[in-house]
Design a protein around this ligand. Structure first.
Ligand code: AQP
Length: 331
C-alpha cells in the first residue's frame, strides 16, 4: 500500500478551495492508502499568527477534518510541531536546496509581493520544510491542489540532490495527486486570485464552518458579470468569475462543467447563484454542524492529535535518524 503525506496550515478556517483541492481527496484516498495527514503549524508561522488563534484554529481544523470524514484511528492525524523530525530534516534540506531553486517559487513571490525584504526567512525556505514533511515519511504520493505542484517538484529535486551528494538511494521520488475537478478554486471577489483562508476579506471565500445563511449571502454577493450562461465551458473564456462558479458547482455536484451549463444555459446569475447555493449548502452544512459538535470536546481533539503524533513519530524518527547518520552526524 502506498504511503500518502499531506498537510494543511492552521492559518485560518479551511475554505472551499482547501476542501475541493485537498480534504475531499484525502477522504477518498483513505480506502487504499496508508495516510499521514498533518496540520502544518510550523508552516503557518512563516507569516504572523496570533498565538491564541493559532491554537484555536489547530483544534478547529482537527474538528473539520474529522467531520469531513478523516479516520484518525485507521490513519494518522497530527500537528507538525509535535514531531521534531520535521525540523531536523528541514535543516538538512536547507543545506541541500539551492537559493536559485527557491528564487523560482511562485508562491513566495505571490505571498511576499513587492515587500519581499520584510518577510520572514521561514516563508522563503517554506518549500524545504515541505520537502522534509514528505520525505520524513518516505511518502510516495502527495495529494495537493494545483498551487502546490511547483513545491512538489522542488521536493523531488531536493531528494535527488541529497541522494546524489551523499551517494545513496535513500529518499524516493514523489508523485503529486492533483484532483481532476476544481484543482484551483478562485476567490469569490476576484476570479483571478485563488480562494485563500487568510485573504483579508471573508466575503472572498466559503469557510467550512459557515452556516447556510452565510453561504447563501456570500454566493449572492459573489462578483459576476451581466451576461447569461453559455452552453459550453469554452465559451466562458475571459469570464473568470463565471468560470469559477460553474467549476465549484460541477465539483460539488460531481458532474462535468459542460453538464452544469447544459442545465443552466441562458440563465443569468440570479437563478444560477440560487442553484449554486443549494449545492454548496448541501455539501458544507453537515460538515459545519458536525464540526460544532466536535468542538464541544476540546480534550478529545487534543488526544486525537497526541495519539497521531506518537504514531507519526514512530515512522519519521528512524528515517530522519538514518538521514542524519548519512550526513555524518554522530548519533
Ligand atoms: N483555492 C484553492 N483551490 C484548490 N486547492 C487549494 N488549496 C488551497 N487553496 C486552494 C489546497 O489546500 C491544501 C492545503 O493548503 P494550505 O493550508 O497548506 O496552504 P495554502 O495552499 O496556502 O492554502 P490557503 O487557504 O491559501 O492558506 P493561506 O491563506 O494560509 O496561505 C493544499 O493542498 C492546497 O493545494
Amino acid at each position: 500500500m502506498q504511503r500518502i503525506f499531506s498537510g494543511i496550515q492552521p492559518s485560518g478556517i479551511p475554505q472551499l478551495g482547501n476542501y475541493l483541492g485537498a480534504i475531499r481527496n484525502w477522504v477518498n484516498l483513505q480506502a487504499d492508502h496508508e495516510c499521514v495527514f498533518c496540520l502544518v503549524d510550523m508552516h503557518a508561522i512563516t507569516v504572523w499568527q496570533d498565538p491564541q488563534k493559532l491554537h484555536e484554529q489547530t483544534l478547529a481544523q482537527t474538528a473539520i477534518l474529522l467531520a469531513s470524514g478523516i479516520d484518525a484511528q485507521k490513519h494518522i492525524l497530527f500537528n507538525q510541531s509535535a514531531v521534531s523530525a520535521h525540523a531536523r530534516l528541514a535543516w538538512i534540506f536547507n543545506c541541500v536546496s539551492r537559493l536559485g531553486w527557491l528564487n523560482r517559487m511562485t508562491q513566495f513571490k505571490d505571498k511576499a509581493g513587492k515587500d519581499r525584504e520584510n518577510h520572514s526567512s521561514g516563508l522563503y525556505v517554506y518549500p524545504n520544510l515541505m520537502a522534509a514533511d514528505i520525505m520524513a515519511y518516505k511518502a510516495t504520493r502527495v495529494p495537493v491542489g494545483e498551487d502546490q505542484k511547483q513545491h512538489l517538484e522542488l521536493a523531488n529535486d531536493i531528494a535527488q540532490k541529497f541522494n546524489h551528494d551523499y551517494g545513496v538511494e535513500f529518499f524516493p521520488q514523489v508523485e503529486a495527486l492533483i484532483p481532476p475537478a476544481a484543482a484551483r478554486v478562485m476567490s469569490l471577489r476576484d476570479g483571478t486570485r485563488k480562494m485563500s483562508k487568510s485573504d483579508p476579506s471573508a466575503q472572498s471565500r466559503i469557510e467550512m464552518t459557515d452556516d447556510a445563511d452565510t453561504i447563501a449571502l456570500k454566493i449572492r454577493r459573489a462578483k459576476t458579470d451581466s451576461e447569461v450562461l453559455p452552453d459550453t465551458f469554452d465559451a466562458l473564456e475571459g469570464r473568470p468569475e463565471a468560470r469559477n462558479l460553474v467549476t465549484i458547482y460541477a465539483a460539488l455536484a460531481d458532474i462535468s462543467v459542460n453538464d452544469v451549463l447544459a442545465r443552466h444555459q441562458g440563465e443569468g446569475f440570479g437563478p444560477f447563484k440560487q442553484a449554486l447555493s443549494d449545492v454548496v449548502i448541501s455539501a458544507i452544512d453537515p460538515i459545519a454542524k458536525e464540526t460544532q459538535r466536535l468542538l464541544q470536546d476540546k480534550a478529545h481533539l487534543v488526544s486525537v492529535l497526541r495519539s497521531g503524533a506518537e504514531r507519526a513519530q514512530a515512522i519519521a524518527e528512524p528515517v530522519v535518524t538514518e538521514a542524519e547518520k548519512i550526513v555524518g552526524f554522530v548519533k
